[in-house]
Ligand binder design. Structure first.
Ligand code: OSB
Ligand code: MG
Length: 369
């Protein structure tokens, strides 16, 4: 397929509530939307790099730079047949997985539309609905945290993840566990601890958590392996896994027993599938993480979460948990059994609303063959 047009949009969307993690508070969500045209079809992608380098070194602005100056010129006007072709053209460039993944998502959307298949089917998905939970940011105090979680449970979510950081860990977990003794509960530290202060992590071992996500540094596997050996609870890696190679090495040294797969973080849906396949063979449960995506990225996440190895609930909540008004339609709505429906239309299976997209666009740039 010849890619004859690519457009980038830097957008900013106001979150329904501020989202606080160990690396800061976000009131708005910035990202780059990618629009690819070929064979009369339009594919949509979302690059999930945010405003600050708090989660990854990439930001909306570095992604803009790398996409406009390198990745897009390597693709626009070219005849690209498979996703492997696309990846080959970008192989000369190092790093920047979030930028890479946004481009790949738009190309997958194009390919799936050309084949007349939903993205989930194109990826090898097997589920019609996917189990989901909600990721709850750090709240003012434990009481407000318990209230907030209560509201999400009332809405129908049956798995909750809470963000933790040093000083806001065991007391918060204890309060939540007291209030909800049977809740499927997990925590995410976003790499806020070191092996030296791991006693705070060990203190979480007796609260029947599903997993402890990314306690230590984003570039570490070895200390995670040492920590895992001291815990009953499974460590789940997020930031530390950027490729199938990292996943293999992490499993080999028992640095984690569960992996959070985010297609953005690992450079795209293909690498995400490779990690899924490795984990399925190695009996490592996986789940789909989230980056507060718009309906475009959410559609992609729901599609990959329909693969057989995604047995744990994803951080893929309903659209109204993030935004008052999403740019894609229809919105994702929570089913009573804490699942989301996998779209059945070709490609991502959602329609992007042009006027809403225009309203949130800060900057745009178009490239023609
Ligand atoms: O670590 O999983 C994370 C959001 C932004 C950056 C990192 C993370 C998150 C979340 C939100 O936890 C998950 C969601 O999109 O609901
Ligand atoms: Mg995480």
């Amino acid at each position: 397929m010849k890619i004859d047009f690519i457009e980038l949009r830097h957008i900013r969307m106001r979150l329904v509530a501020p989202f606080e993690t160990s690396f800061g508070v976000e009131l708005d969500r910035d990202c780059v939307i990618l629009i690819l045209r070929g064979e009369g079809l339009t594919g949509w992608g979302e690059c999930v790099a945010g405003m600050s380098p708090g989660y990854s070194y990439e930001t909306t602005m570095t992604a803009w730079h790398v996409l406009t100056d390198f990745f897009v010129p390597a693709i626009v006007g070219s005849e690209i047949v498979t996703v492997e072709d696309l990846r080959d053209r970008l192989r000369v460039f190092k790093g920047h997985p979030l930028a890479r993944a946004g481009l790949e998502m738009a190309f997958w959307d194009l390919l799936a539309q050309a084949a007349g298949k939903p993205l989930a089917t194109a990826l090898g998905g097997v589920r019609k609905t996917v189990p989901v939970g909600v990721s709850v940011g750090i709240q003012k105090d434990a009481e407000l945290l318990v209230d907030t979680i209560g509201q999400f449970i009332d809405q129908g979510y049956d798995r909750i993840k809470i963000k933790i950081k040093p000083g806001r860990d065991v007391d918060d977990v204890q309060a939540v566990r007291r209030a909800f003794p049977d809740l499927k509960l997990q925590v995410d530290a976003n790499s806020a601890y070191t092996i030296e202060d791991a006693t705070s992590i060990e203190a979480l071992d007796d609260y029947d958590l599903l997993l402890i996500e990314q306690p230590l540094a984003e570039d570490d596997l070895i200390d995670h392996s040492r920590l895992q050996a001291r815990l009953k609870t499974a460590i789940c890696l997020d930031e530390s896994i950027l490729s199938v190679r990292h996943a293999r090495q992490a499993v080999e040294i028992d640095a984690c027993r569960i992996i959070n797969i985010k297609p953005g973080r690992v450079g795209g849906l293909s690498e995400a599938m490779a990690i899924h396949n490795l984990c399925l063979e190695s009996n490592i449960p996986v789940w789909c993480g989230g980056m507060l995506e718009t309906g475009i990225g959410r559609a992609s996440n729901v599609a990959i979460a329909s693969l057989p190895g995604f047995t744990l609930p994803g951080d893929i909540s309903a659209s109204d948990r993030y935004y008052v008004e999403d740019i894609a339609d229809p919105p994702f709505v929570l089913n009573p059994d804490s699942t989301l429906d996998v779209p059945t239309k070709p490609g991502l299976g959602v329609e992007v609303l042009g006027d809403r997209l225009d309203r949130v666009t800060l900057r745009r740039e178009a490239f023609r063959a």
